[in-house]
Design a protein around this ligand. Structure first.
Ligand code: HEM
Length: 141
């Protein structure tokens, strides 16, 4: 469980990422697709070349969804309900992939935040994204 202090920290960080959402999101996607190539199969209908308009726009959507959820972490189950259904039933994403993208989001944040990404932030972000990924994976069982 995240402490109140951690929740506030997480909300602040994601708010700061909103203006750079396309860059952060597309970099996370690119890292995921490069490091875990199997994930590319889900995006065969998109232009997944680095920096393509579709990568930037999809990356932006991901970051905005996370930022929205981070404003009220206790309500995550409700906020994420439409994305749970979309990913599980419509897109049929294997739930193990949520952990892979979460990992790539952490690496991307660390690369962009520099020294501000200290162990406290790292641990809080890991807790948050693990909870996020677990909620997205919930509809599968
Ligand atoms: C679509 C968020 C993980 C594959 C979306 C959309 C959002 C989103 C906001 C757009 C929904 C809409 O247009 O209504 C997230 C978040 C994730 C996550 C926050 C985890 C942190 C994943 C993973 C994969 C994936 C791990 C596959 C490896 C897709 C695909 C689409 C999609 C294929 C449809 C893209 C399109 O056709 O434009 N996701 N997603 N997502 N997501 Fe995810």
């Amino acid at each position: 469980m995240l402490t109140q202090q951690e929740k506030e920290l997480i909300a602040q960080i994601w708010e700061k990422m909103i203006p750079v959402a396309p860059e952060i999101g597309s970099e996370s996607l690119l890292r995921m697709m490069t490091t875990f190539p199997g994930t590319k199969t889900y995006f065969s209908h998109l232009d997944i070349s680095p920096g393509s308009p579709q990568m930037l726009s999809h990356g932006k959507k991901i970051i905005l969804a996370i930022a929205e959820c981070s404003k009220d972490i206790s309500s995550m189950m409700d906020t994420l309900a439409p994305l749970q259904t979309l990913h599980a039933y419509k897109l049929k994403i294997d739930p193990c992939n949520f952990k892979l993208l979460s990992h790539c989001l952490i690496v991307t944040l660390a690369a962009h935040m520099g020294d501000a990404f200290d162990p406290i932030v790292h641990a809080a972000m890991d807790k948050f994204l693990s909870a996020f990924a677990a909620v997205l994976a919930e509809k599968y069982r």
